[in-house]
Design a protein. Structure first.
Length: 472
């Protein structure tokens, strides 16, 4: 082989080796870029979970402060608006005279007052526990051949706590979310009453057993409702995961605590077929029950779009969210103008909403987030615009969330229940107190009178349907 051919062969081998090395370098460069991207993502997640590493937990902000937004209008009352103050009391229980003998500035003697200025205050007097001795007169009935006596209607049988005290403390705990320890402290400070946590919980459990028929009647009313909101949240019973379910409308709130988060709970409360309109979120368990109509929460859909938009800014997703948000807002505006539009034209506009919805979810995109939301829209296409046809139906599930909110606050304070009996008491009393709150009825007087009547007759009266104030 000549010298020239030898050099050509070496050059050819080097050329092949150079191509292979370039290919390896390109692959390694791509790997390095992927690893760098992964490292940056992990660093971002680590920074998110380890924010304020050297700051004590008590000094960490509860939330990140958002940039200040310009106000749309000046806060406070409008110009030339008359001021408001507390109304003058209808009755005067006590009068106190405030006089002076000498001037507080110069010390000179003062004569008779030139005028009397009246000022009204409302306060709570010092409360002392009222200890009552019940002298129960017993009689012998010659006909029945036994000793009989009148029933004490101020307290449950064999109980040392009065009805009003038991009902008031139950209201503080199950309606306002005050912890048992704080109730004991409040009673000790406010009225010097000493009581144990066991004494309170036992009295509440006895009351819940008596009120069980009222609770069952609320379940029947919920089942017969024309419109009903439903929601659920996590709960704990003796450290185990349970679920607190809420079924509510404008005049009732029915709670139940169950180990299951599935459709059997809904069917147990509402039956296999619900004859009204059920307002709920997109949780799959609500799809297992048959209802006359359903309204899925539009706000949940808006939240989902906002959440995904923080991570996905692709061209397909941005266009999809823009169209869907415009459609949902148009539906809400149309529902608000239902009384202003002629019925035939209104139904035509309503049908157009469904046509626009079908055009949105039938588009063919490769974006995974779009396909997921589009499948949801297609699945619930008949459950998104129920509020457009029925004016009494809300587009969101806000009412159920507001009713379940006190229980969520209570969950953080009291760590839920320690037994099944406690969970049953929680569901019964919370349902009754929240229902009385919705009906604007005084809960303490109402239940005290009902329990007193039960002691006398053995039957518990149903809850008032509406208050006198609402009837007016």
């Amino acid at each position: 082989m000549s010298q020239a051919n030898k050099y050509l062969k070496i050059i050819a081998d080097l050329s092949v080796e150079n191509k292979e090395l370039r290919k390896i370098i390109a692959q390694q460069k791509e790997t390095i870029e992927l690893q760098a991207k992964r490292i940056s993502e992990l660093e971002a997640r680590i920074a998110e979970f380890t924010a304020y590493p050297s700051t004590p937990s008590g000094m960490k902000p509860v939330y990140e402060k958002e940039p200040a937004k310009s106000r749309r209008k000046k806060p406070g009352q409008k110009q030339d608006h008359h001021g408001h103050r507390r109304a003058t009391p209808d009755r005067i229980d006590k009068e106190k005279d405030w006089t002076l003998c000498k001037c507080p500035d110069c010390g000179s003697d003062l004569g008779e007052p030139v005028e009397i200025r009246k000022r009204y205050t409302e306060d709570i007097p010092t409360v002392e526990v009222e200890v009552i001795q019940h002298n129960i007169h017993r009689y012998y009935c010659s006909n029945c051949k036994k000793i009989i006596e009148p029933k004490v209607t101020d307290a449950l049988p064999k109980a040392q706590l009065g009805l009003r005290l038991s009902v008031m403390t139950a209201w503080l705990h199950y309606n306002l979310g005050v912890t048992i320890e704080n109730i004991i402290k409040w009673l000790s400070c406010f009225s010097s009453l000493k009581i144990s946590s066991g004494g309170l919980t036992q009295s509440w459990a006895r009351i819940s057993v008596i009120l069980l028929p009222v609770y069952q009647e609320l379940a029947k009313e919920a089942r017969a409702s024309a419109v009903l909101n439903a929601d659920e949240t996590g709960w704990r019973v003796n450290g185990k995961t349970y679920w607190l379910w809420c079924f509510t409308n404008e005049l009732l709130a029915y709670f139940t605590i169950d180990r299951s988060r599935g459709s059997p709970v809904i069917k147990k409360v509402l039956g296999k077929v619900f004859g009204g309109i059920l307002i709920c979120d997109f949780f799959g368990a609500y799809g297992k029950i048959v209802a006359w109509a359903k309204q899925r929460c539009i706000v949940h859909l808006f939240r989902e779009l906002e959440k995904v938009s923080t991570k996905n800014n692709s061209f397909e997703w941005v266009g999809f969210t823009k169209k869907l948000k415009r459609l949902l807002k148009d539906a809400m505006r149309l529902s608000a103008r239902q009384k202003e539009i002629e019925p035939t034209a209104y139904m035509s506009k309503s049908d157009r909403l469904h046509q626009r919805l079908a055009m949105i979810y039938n588009q063919k995109y490769e974006d995974a987030d779009y396909n997921r939301i589009a499948n949801r829209l297609k699945k619930h296409k008949d459950e998104l615009f129920t509020f457009v046809i029925h004016s009494e139906v809300s587009a969101d599930n806000n009412h159920a969330e507001r009713q379940i909110r006190p229980a969520v606050i209570m969950r953080k304070n009291s760590y839920c229940n320690r037994s099944q009996q406690g969970a049953d008491t929680q569901a019964i009393l919370m349902s009754i107190f929240r229902t009385l709150h919705l009906r604007k009825v005084d809960p303490i007087s109402t239940l005290t009178n009902s329990l007193s009547e039960w002691i006398k007759t053995g039957t518990i009266s149903p809850l008032p349907s509406v208050s006198l104030q609402m009837a007016k």
